[in-house]
Design a protein around this ligand. Structure first.
Ligand code: FEO
Ligand code: CA
Ligand code: CA
Ligand code: CA
Length: 685
């Protein structure tokens, strides 16, 4: 009998270990709904029918032969290898890994310390009152740090390494643990929650310890900024101004109020921040019928009108019946220049519209800007954008003006991953970037450029890309040129979607709680980290070679694989979400929804050398929290994370909290944390 048909004990539901509350508030219970992608991709010729039955064998085989295939140093003695690696600048990780745990703290290795830099409610603008959860107002929240911090981007101010802007996304709110039940009317709570979404820019200065940082007093921080649902953003690129982007409040189709569900992001080579609008679909309700012209589009994006946030009671643009175009103005990549608090914030339509996790940009050999992007939904796709114009080096105004045009003109591609068969003992193959449109030409029959960009999912469905297991953060390793994508999980892989070599796991081992036995569950519960190299190591290439670098889970589970590294010497890792790199080229992975009973965490893993695949846990976050926004400073002294939704369990209420982290109040406060070494040395190495 196939393992996925076994009677299961303690099996987690489609939500994995993530609380129902998180699913409800963050993504509108996406996992309870049919996968929006019913196009039938992946192509049948890629489907490997034997993957399931071979899985256990492959898991073991991959450890041996994966090392053979993937480790260029095989056949060299460890001493020779280590000497060779030192010569080539390969560094090993040196910290003592943090064990899985259920503590209500940020746990870091011995010799490390972490500080909370900013919490929900802390003042951002000079007019902000001090935070008081019993007397909160929308006006106060609009000037204070928002809720559920996610992406974290740090950029030096005027080249000064000791003074920087910290840019943070505020993905969503959970009103049931944010507010006491007594003092507020429901409409007030909605208004405050709306202002707790968006982004913050906060000036920071180095602290006394090397690697530590603190906030600059708001009165001395002219670059501080709050972006809320009332902030005007500009739509740019080929779809801007299209009739489907026009509303009664904005007949130009170019001016949008606000940005929603901002998840991950990236720093561009020209010093701006990119931010992904993710589960934007869940903010719209309907007082009557939905516009039948948009049925297919709404369905593909999960826009049902069955929203429970009720924002249309505050602002009727969130009512689909009266403003059917408003949701087309969300789901974009946002570009923000934090160095200028008056700069225009742009939604870049050229990068397509989907549930953007984030975007990370690198420069191709020819100077074109290349952005990698994931569409975070079960069974959705990985995208790449290549600019038409070339990047202009330099930090002057002319260079910046030029580089701010890069993301408005180029070509948008979607990825197909072709497996080469599992007989080689490795999940790997070749891939192709399939063009969808340029700024002036559509490559999708029957769709204009603007239609491809507004209905990017529908456009991609027609060209046979590979349906992935929730593609999240994607980032290039600038040391090796390889690219890494976090694929969080997919409880329906093997049922709604057949396996393929890039998404092979259809049954995985989970734990109901820490210390409980591993039990099988259907689908891919623990996720992957996917690695690829563009042909010729050129970011603008149209083809690439890929392999699964990590098949996450408990090392005792047969399906897991850690880049060929011995499985008895790695930390268990589950549900990778965001990725980052340090300057030594180590991959850092944060997790969301650990299916092994532990709190979520941040892990470091070498990507080359004899320790390739040695996954070590660097920190864990408090109870029920997710680890977001990892960022390793260029100087190697600071590790940044955002602690998102601490205490968000199903039974938690304001008066019955599960977490009180960071323990400054009797309720949890999502916060940004920086970790550094007590001895002032570099992190990890
Ligand atoms: Fe907001 Fe895909 O995580
Ligand atoms: Ca293979
Ligand atoms: Ca996530
Ligand atoms: Ca995320």
């Amino acid at each position: 009998m196939s393992p996925r048909l076994l009677p299961l004990v303690n099996v987690t539901g489609p939500h994995g270990s993530r609380s129902r509350a998180t699913c409800h508030y963050r993504c509108g219970n996406a996992c309870d709904k049919p996968m929006p992608n019913s196009s039938g991709n992946t192509p049948m010729h890629e489907i490997i029918a034997q993957v399931l039955s071979r899985r256990a064998v492959l898991g073991g085989a991959a450890v041996a032969s994966g090392a053979m295939v993937l480790n260029p140093l095989l056949g060299v003695s460890p001493a020779q290898a280590a000497t060779g690696e030192r010569r080539r600048g390969v560094q090993n990780l040196t910290f003592t890994p943090v064990p899985p745990n259920n503590r209500d703290v940020v746990s870091v290795p011995p010799g490390y310390e972490s500080d909370v830099v900013i919490r929900w409610g802390d003042r951002v603008l000079p007019g902000a009152p001090p935070f008081n959860v019993y007397q909160q107002t929308a006006a106060a929240q609009a000037q204070q740090f928002g809720y559920n911090c996610d992406y974290v981007g740090v950029l030096p101010i005027d080249g000064n390494p000791d003074h920087a802007t910290l840019t943070v996304n505020h993905e969503y709110t959970n009103e049931s643990i944010m507010f006491p039940p007594g003092p507020y009317k429901p409409i007030q709570v909605k208004r405050i929650a709306m202002m707790a979404h968006g982004m913050s820019v906060v000036e920071i200065k180095r602290g006394r310890k090397k690697g530590s940082w603190r906030r600059v007093l708001v009165d001395n921080a002219p670059r501080n900024r709050r972006i809320t649902i009332d902030t005007t953003l500009r739509l740019t690129g080929p779809a801007a101004g299209h009739p489907r982007l026009r509303t009664s409040a904005d007949p130009t189709g170019r001016r949008v109020l606000g940005t929603l569900n901002n998840c991950a992001g990236g720093i561009t080579p020209w010093g701006t921040i990119l931010s992904g609008e993710e589960n934007f679909n869940q903010y719209f309700d309907a007082s009557g019928e939905l516009d039948p012209r948009y049925t297919e589009s709404y369905e593909r994006y999960g826009i049902t009108g069955e929203d429970t946030r009720g924002w249309s009671q505050v602002d009727d643009r969130f009512d689909l019946t009266t403003e059917p175009h408003e949701p087309f103005r969300f789901g974009w990549i946002v570009e923000l220049d934090p160095s200028n608090p008056r700069s225009i914030i742009r939604k870049r339509t050229m990068l397509g519209r989907f549930k953007h996790e984030g975007a990370n940009v690198r420069l191709a050999d020819n100077g074109r800007a290349v952005a990698y992007m994931g569409d975070d939904e079960r069974g959705d796709y990985i995208y790449k954008f290549v600019s038409r114009l070339r990047h202009r080096p330099g930090t002057g105004d002319a260079a910046k003006r030029h580089n701010l045009k890069l993301l408005d003109d180029g070509t948008l591609y979607v990825a197909r991953f072709d497996g080469d068969g599992t007989e080689d003992g490795v999940y790997d193959g070749t891939g192709v970037w399939i063009p969808l449109c340029s700024a002036t030409k559509s490559f999708v029959e029957g769709m204009s450029v603007a239609e491809v960009l507004i209905d990017t999912r529908l456009a991609a469905d027609t060209v046979s890309p590979t349906a992935m297991d929730r593609p999240e953060d994607i980032e290039p390793n600038l040391v090796t040129g390889k690219v890494y994508a976090a694929l969080t999980n997919n409880s329906e892989r093997g049922t709604t979607y057949p396996p393929d070599e890039a998404n092979p796991i259809t049954s995985s081992m989970v734990r109901s709680e820490l210390g409980a036995p591993l039990t099988p569950a259907s689908g891919n519960r623990n996720g992957y980290v996917l690695e690829w190299q563009e042909n010729g190591n050129d970011a603008a290439a149209r083809r690439f070679e890929w392999n699964l670098f990590l098949v996450c889970g408990d090392p005792d589970a047969p399906e897991t694989y850690f880049g060929g590294y011995p499985k008895d010497r790695v930390s268990p890792i589950s549900c990778p979400d965001n990725v980052a790199f340090d300057s030594a080229g180590h991959l850092w992975v944060s997790t969301d929804g650990n299916a092994l009973g532990s709190n979520d965490g941040l892990f470091a893993v070498p990507t080359q050398g004899t320790n390739r695949g040695q996954v070590l846990q660097f920190l864990t976050v408090p109870l029920e929290a997710e680890t977001c926004g990892p960022l390793i400073s260029k100087d190697g002294h600071s590790v940044w994370v955002a602690v998102q939704h601490p205490g968000e369990s199903d039974d938690a209420t304001f008066n019955n909290q599960v977490s009180t982290w960071p323990h400054t109040n009797r309720f949890p406060r999502p916060s940004v944390v920086v970790t550094y070494r007590v001895d002032n040395q570099r992190i990890g190495v």
